[in-house]
Design a protein around this ligand. Structure first.
Ligand SMILES: C[S@@+](CC[C@H](N)C(=O)[O-])C[C@H]1O[C@@H](n2cnc3c(N)ncnc32)[C@H](O)[C@@H]1O
Length: 301
């Protein structure tokens, strides 16, 4: 049986969210949180008196567990997290191999339908679609980022769903850094025409192709050189540093009157992104969720 690698990090309860978000951002396949003291003497000492309320301090330490496809990726993730300025109280508990089958079970129990707008939902194949959903994307967690659960992805989808509702469908779309293909598929479900979805990761290319087929939509999927010419909508959810390097390339793909949508940026990075794109387009912050921002620009017609 093939294996995945689990990185277990011990941290303060107050740091759970930032640690989990960072792990998702560096492409963990799944992230879960447990009480660090479960099944230990520390747990019995804290919760041992029947009828006594559980002291809040008993949950002060948590274990955040993240799965990666290989041991080097799990080790690199640990190094990256420990290097962050907020990670002074984060410690590596273990990196160990876990059977892939367990991961499938774990993710199936973790991922519920995700609401993008009241009418547009991402629904795993093992779930019924909610009755109010008028547009449904079928997507299962795969070996590439983008199952709709991350705020950066949700903000991109929400932007498209809101714009498309105002009947501004796009004849061409470029989904740059497509991961699972979620943004390209989202554009297709909202009436976009020819959609090019590109990624540097061959696993993402395969995953996007499979997910497009499962949703009955057509994406032209490939490596970045597939992107050619100008598009009325260019959307890229990567990270601040690669987005800064990609500024001239992405801006060159935006058609006159078209939009550039960027995500994967933390609130405090807004000014550096604005500066990096200023020679070509004026970016504004147009959405914000959990410390992440959506930055958008419109090219003059
Ligand atoms: C955070 S994921 C986003 C996936 C998906 N678009 C979403 O919104 O959920 C970023 C993706 O960008 C890809 N990527 C990173 N740097 C890239 C680059 N320079 N060119 C193309 N793709 C890149 C990664 O392989 C990854 O699949």
């Amino acid at each position: 049986m093939s294996h995945l690698f689990e990185l277990a990090l011990v941290c303060r309860e107050a740091d759970v969210e930032i640690v989990s978000d960072a792990l998702m951002e560096i492409d963990a396949l799944a992230v879960s949180v447990e009480d660090a003291d479960a099944d230990t003497d520390a747990e019995r000492a804290l919760f041992g008196e029947p009828g006594m309320p559980a002291p809040k301090a008993g949950w002060a330490r948590s274990v955040v567990k993240a799965l990666f496809p290989s041991e080097p990726e799990a080790t690199e993730a640990a190094t990256l997290i420990l290097a962050q300025d907020w990670a002074a109280d984060v410690h590596v508990q273990a990196i160990q191999a876990v059977p892939e089958q367990d991961w499938v079970r774990l993710t199936q129990s973790q991922f519920a339908p995700v609401e993008i707008t009241p009418e547009f939902w991402i629904v795993p194949s093992w779930h019924e679609a909610p009755p109010q959903a008028k547009r449904v994307m079928r997507l299962d967690p795969g070996l590439a980022f983008g199952t709709g659960t991350h705020p950066t992805t949700r903000m991109c989808l929400r932007w498209m769903a809101t714009r498309a509702a105002a009947s501004q469908a796009w004849p061409r779309v470029l989904d740059y850094g497509c991961g699972s293909g979620i943004l390209g598929i989202g554009a297709a479900l909202h009436g976009a025409g020819a959609i090019d979805a590109v990624d540097i990761d061959p696993a993402a290319v395969t995953s996007s192709r499979d997910n497009a087929t499962a949703n009955g939509v057509t994406l032209n999927v490939g490596l970045p050189e597939l992107a050619q010419g100008e598009y009325p909508l260019v959307i890229a959810n990567i990270l601040a540093q690669p987005l800064k390097l990609l500024a001239p390339l992405l801006c060159a793909h935006v058609a006159p009157g078209g939009h550039l949508i960027l995500a994967g940026i933390l609130s405090r990075q807004a000014d550096e992104l604005k500066a990096a794109y200023a020679p070509w387009l004026a970016l504004d912050v147009t959405d914000e969720e959990d410390g992440w921002i959506l930055m958008t620009a419109k090219r003059a017609a």
